[in-house]
Each structure stands twice: as structure tokens, then as C-alpha cells.
Ligand binder design. Structure first.
Ligand SMILES: C[S@@+](CC[C@H](N)C(=O)[O-])C[C@H]1O[C@@H](n2cnc3c(N)ncnc32)[C@H](O)[C@@H]1O
Length: 282
């Protein structure tokens, strides 16, 4: 791009390029990526539309647009993602936090007594978006965040520091295997829950995300079965469980928790009216 192009023209040419590659949200992607390249809030773009873009910023924007045109998710391109009003670093080692998962966090916050005595385990913590949000927005005594991926936990730790979240202990563990001494009031989990058939039909963007964060054996049920079977050993009396659901499997998952003696099982829907969060207690 020539050095003298103004912000508006730069935005429009990026948008047109993404449209030509059939990106469904070309306009908002182009705005998001231009704001990131210019290191400004997206809402400021309109105010500076007549200003000239610098050469460095223009070429960074085009680098971002090219990556996005190959369907790389915008959050991996910029390295950041918003969740629960907080900012999280993301990399290809972690799943990009999803808006549906905010419902899981809100359910835990709503159930908490907020008296700073309660403890939480965020199982399959990934970027740490759940644990860090609970630490910042709730009033918990202690939060454990565990994951099988060392690289994910490293980023989760960075996200805790980045958001100044203090009461989180990070634990490397294959599900409950290294959590013998962890006993808490709430277990919250957004586990991998995509079956192999579902995985093959996913949008190209999801193929950039770690397979270990998405895929679950046993037709997507493996991790739900593990949690239902073993969570009770890690929950205090009347302890509660909150899991994000694969919407296609909600009734099967409910049955798994019923068979493992969980009580008062409730399923909440997400913004698209799909079953998304299962809550129950011992
Ligand atoms: C769907 S992602 C959820 C990440 C994050 N909690 C969120 O909501 O964005 C699932 C996470 O489970 C982790 N995981 C996969 N297999 C696991 C296992 N056997 N034990 C513990 N964590 C596992 C992955 O590394 C990934 O970070």
C-alpha cells in the first residue's frame, strides 16, 4: 500500500479483500484488525478516518488481513481476546475464550456466597479465562486452575499476572490424576467436547485451535464421564459442579450426571437458546 493512504481507504481496501475471499464478517474483521494494527480502540477509527496511516501500520494491517484471509482467527492474529470485560492473551496453545463460556462464569458467580470462604477448581483451564475471571469478579478464598498442557498453563499464569489475579494456584494434571489433595466447593469446567464427526465438519477457523482443547473420545462424552465419575471425591459436602455442554449431547450428559448421583440438575440455555451450562450438586 502507498504510504499516503488514509485510514478510511485502508479500512475499505482491507474489507474488500476479505470480502473477495468470502469471509463472512469482512467489515468487522477489518475494523478489528486495523484498530489492532494502529493500537487504538476500534471506536476511534471513525474519528481519525481522514488521517494518513503510517507505512509501518499499513503493512502490519495488510499482514493481519492476509492471515485472516487464510481463516486464521482474529484473536490469534492480534494475540488478545476479551472475556467477561477483561483482556486475555491468547496463542495457538489455547482455545480462544468464547462468549458462551461467560454464562458458565456468571452461573458460578451467582451461586457463590461471596464470603471469601469458598474454593473453586477450574478443570481444563486453558487460557485461564474462567479462573482469572472468577478471581477478579468473585470473592473466593482460593482458585485452582488445572490443565494437561504445560504451555496452556504457562499462558494462564501470564493471564493471571496480566490481570493482577492473585489467589490462583496452577496445577499440571491429566484430569483429576494429580489433584489428589484438591477438595473444593465448586468444580467448573469447559472440557473438550467435540466428537470426531463434529470435528471434521468444523469451520476452518477452528482447525487453528489445539486439537486437544476440542476433541473428546467416546463421541464427545469422554470428559463428561470422567468428571461425573470422579468429581465427588474432590467436592466438599453439598459441593457444586458447573460444566459447559456440547449442545448436541445435553440429554446424554444430563443422564451421565444423574447416574453418578448428582442432584437438582439444571440446564441453562445460551443466547442462541441452545443448552449450554449444566449445574448440579452432590
Ligand atoms: C475447551 S478448552 C477450555 C479452555 C478454557 N477453560 C476456556 O473455557 O476457554 C479445554 C482444555 O482442556 C485441556 N485438556 C485436554 N485434555 C485434558 C486432560 N486429559 N486433562 C486436563 N486438561 C485437558 C486442553 O488443554 C484445553 O486447554
Amino acid at each position: 500500500m502507498p504510504e499516503t493512504v488514509n485510514i478510511y481507504d485502508l479500512l475499505k481496501s482491507g474489507e474488500a479483500f476479505l470480502k473477495s475471499k468470502n469471509l463472512p464478517d469482512a467489515k468487522s474483521d477489518a475494523q478489528y484488525l486495523l484498530a489492532a494494527a494502529l493500537k487504538i480502540e476500534r471506536s476511534r477509527l471513525v474519528l481519525i478516518r481522514e488521517q494518513k496511516a503510517g507505512e509501518k501500520e499499513s503493512s502490519l494491517f495488510w499482514e493481519y488481513i492476509l492471515r485472516r484471509s487464510k481463516r486464521e482467527p482474529a484473536a490469534y492474529i492480534t494475540g488478545f481476546c476479551g472475556f467477561m470485560g477483561l483482556e486475555f492473551k491468547v496463542s495457538k496453545d489455547v482455545l480462544i475464550p468464547r462468549p458462551e463460556t461467560e454464562l458458565l462464569v456468571e452461573d458460578v458467580l451467582n451461586m457463590s456466597k461471596k464470603n471469601k470462604t469458598e474454593t473453586v477448581l477450574d478443570l481444563c483451564a486453558g487460557s485461564g479465562c474462567i479462573a482469572v475471571s472468577l478471581s477478579k469478579l468473585g470473592n473466593f478464598n482460593k482458585i485452582y486452575a488445572s490443565d494437561i498442557s504445560f504451555d496452556a498453563l504457562t499462558l494462564a499464569r501470564e493471564n493471571a499476572d496480566f490481570n493482577d489475579a492473585k489467589n490462583i494456584e496452577f496445577l499440571l494434571s491429566d484430569m483429576f490424576k494429580s489433584l489428589e489433595n484438591v477438595k473444593v466447593d465448586f468444580i467448573v469446567s469447559n472440557p473438550p467436547y467435540i466428537s470426531e464427526d463434529e470435528y471434521n465438519a468444523l469451520e476452518p477457523e477452528l482447525k487453528f485451535e489445539p486439537e486437544t482443547a476440542l476433541l473428546a473420545q467416546d463421541n464427545g462424552l469422554f470428559f463428561y464421564k470422567e468428571i461425573a465419575l470422579k468429581a465427588s471425591r474432590h467436592l466438599n459436602d453439598k459441593g457444586r459442579i458447573f460444566v459447559e455442554l456440547n449442545a448436541n449431547l445435553s440429554q446424554e450428559i444430563k443422564k451421565i450426571f444423574e447416574e453418578n448421583n448428582f442432584k437438582d440438575i439444571e440446564i441453562n440455555e445460551d443466547y442462541s437458546h441452545l443448552p449450554r451450562v449444566l449445574k448440579a450438586h452432590l
